[in-house]
Design a protein around this ligand. Structure first.
Ligand code: NAD
Length: 478
């Protein structure tokens, strides 16, 4: 695709190629669309050195000036929306309309954190005469950040915005499978006047890069979005150096559908949202617990809508769902479906790969899935929904809480008391009632339990990137 960018690392304000490069594939066609340079340890050491001087300069830059760089970069990315979205669709597969929205969401993360940069207030603590206690917030230092392949633009935007707004420097390892979004972020920030060294972008072998960066004493925060298994590994590495972490990990979102809800509307919304980004979303609604009195009707509408999802190349304007981003997901989903069926689940639509070119997978609905099936505990991270009946709201809440994850959870009801019981009782960082939206720039996003800790966005978002310093200032020596 002609608008797919020429891929580079970005270190100390310069785009760089390396001796080793590997192909980037289009998951709809399996064709090579670019070659991605991979960093060696020399490149990583250059990035660390650049981040050290980047931090010195940037941490001394006025918050309003930091904000203005982010606002300018966001404006440039808005101008370049079509070029960026086209590249994302080529490397990830999602429909162009969804890629366009993702670019705008990334810009909104920049704009929100730009505003927050100017509001990282400290406080003065009431104290005795002659002494003043106060609290200051300062940027934490160099951040090592790792962003995944499911949202090539908005995921790295979140981490870069947090670090740049706070006055940190950042070394970002974005996804090797979907590098174009991060590259466009680097371009926009360079064009917006970000000084060299503040943002450094690398690609390569993930384990080698994280190991090299996290071991370096200069790195003061590890920020990761991805699977719980990798998050746990990186947290263990960081713990050797007492380095704090920001972890946005997996989810297995429950949806409790109460008997008083509008069944048709709830089922339509569930089926459509499930297939967004081909289900490769950490907040994707997956375990639907539907009151038994409306179960049959809900299943009928849901299955009909899911089965009618238009699947194809994301460049086709009629397509609602593109391919999976890589062939690992095909294998994982196929195994989960087979296991569920062996345990007695009823496969109502989909269940396997579509065609033999491109990583297309059919929208899949499993009904009456036994608790023993692997998919009841393992996040499918694909276009797969589980529909199970429950006899009461209490049973729904108990089942919602029965996995190690706690990222997003959803409820459908018109009753305030039901809504309140879900809001109070569900163990999750985000609970949404009558909407399947869980994350906005202005709201704090993050998980509990094995879904990680720390928050991105909202007024909480910059906390991870800053230290809290307590000041005791006596006006004479005591
Ligand atoms: P994976 O567990 O191998 O990798 C997950 C992510 O971590 C990828 O982006 C990968 O590049 C990165 N990674 C892997 N090992 C790393 C290391 N040692 N250091 C630094 N980064 C490392 O699995 P995968 O096949 O790429 O993705 C599948 C699973 O990942 C899904 O089941 C899903 O649970 C999870 N995932 C979650 C999100 C999210 O938004 N929370 C995004 C993508 C993937």
């Amino acid at each position: 695709m002609s608008t797919y960018p020429d891929l580079h690392l970005y270190i100390d304000g310069e785009f760089r190629k390396t001796k080793r490069d590997l192909p980037v594939l289009n998951p709809a066609t399996e064709e090579e669309i670019g070659r991605l340079p991979h960093a060696d340890t020399g490149d990583l050491d250059d990035a660390l050195a650049a981040a050290a001087h980047g931090f010195k300069a940037w941490s001394q830059t006025a918050p309003v000036d930091r904000a203005n760089v982010l606002y300018r970069a966001a404006a440039l990315m808005r101008e370049r929306q079509e070029e960026i979205a086209t590249a994302i669709t080529a490397e990830h597969g999602k429909p162009l309309t969804q890629a366009r929205l993702e670019v705008i969401r990334g810009c909104e993360f920049f704009e929100w954190d730009a505003g927050e940069a100017t509001r990282t207030y400290g406080r003065v603590i009431p104290s005795a005469p002659g002494i003043r206690y106060s609290v200051h917030h300062q940027p934490i230092g160099t951040v090592a950040a790792f962003s995944p392949w499911n949202f090539p633009m908005s995921q790295p935007c979140r981490k870069v915005a947090g670090a740049v707004a706070s006055g940190c420097s950042i070394i970002l390892k974005a996804s090797e499978e979907t590098p174009a979004g991060a590259l466009h972020i680097a371009r926009a920030l360079q064009d917006a006047g970000l000084p060299p060294g503040v943002l450094n972008l690398v690609f390569g072998t993930p384990a080698q890069i994280s190991d090299h960066l996290i071991r370096d004493e200069q790195v003061r925060l590890v920020a990761f979005t991805g699977s719980t298994a990798v998050g746990r590994h990186l947290t263990t590495l960081a713990a050797q150096h007492m380095t704090p972490v920001l972890m946005e990990l997996g989810g297995h979102a429950p949806v409790i559908v109460c008997e008083d809800t509008d069944v048709e509307a709830a089922a339509m919304s569930g089926a459509m949202r499930k297939m967004r980004n081909a289900g490769q979303v950490c907040t994707s609604p997956t375990r639907f617990f539907v009151h038994e009195s409306i179960f049959d009707e809900y299943v009928e509408v849901f299955v009909r809508r899911a089965a009618s999802t238009v699947v194809g190349n994301g460049t086709d304007p009629n397509v609602e769902m593109g391919p999976l981003a890589n062939d690992r997901r095909i294998t994982a989903l196929t195994e989960l479906v087979e296991d569920a069926r062996e345990q007695g689940a009823d496969l109502r639509t989909g269940g396997g790969r579509l065609g033999d070119k491109g990583y297309f997978f059919a929208p899949t609905v499993l009904v009456n899935v036994p608790e023993s099936a692997r998919v009841m505990q393992e996040e499918p991270f694909g276009p797969l929904a589980i529909l199970n009946p429950v006899a009461s709201l209490e049973e729904g809440i108990e089942k919602a809480n029965s996995v190690p994850y706690g990222l997003a959870a959803y409820g459908f009801t018109n009753r305030a008391d039901y809504a309140d019981r879900m809001i109070e009782g569900i163990e999750a960082g985000n609970v949404s009632i009558n909407t399947l939206e869980a994350s906005l720039p202005e709201t704090p996003f993050g998980g509990v339990k094995s879904s990680g800790y720390g928050r991105e966005g909202g007024t909480e978002g910059l906390h991870n990137y800053m230290i809290t310093k307590n000041i005791s200032h006596s006006f004479k020596i005591v």
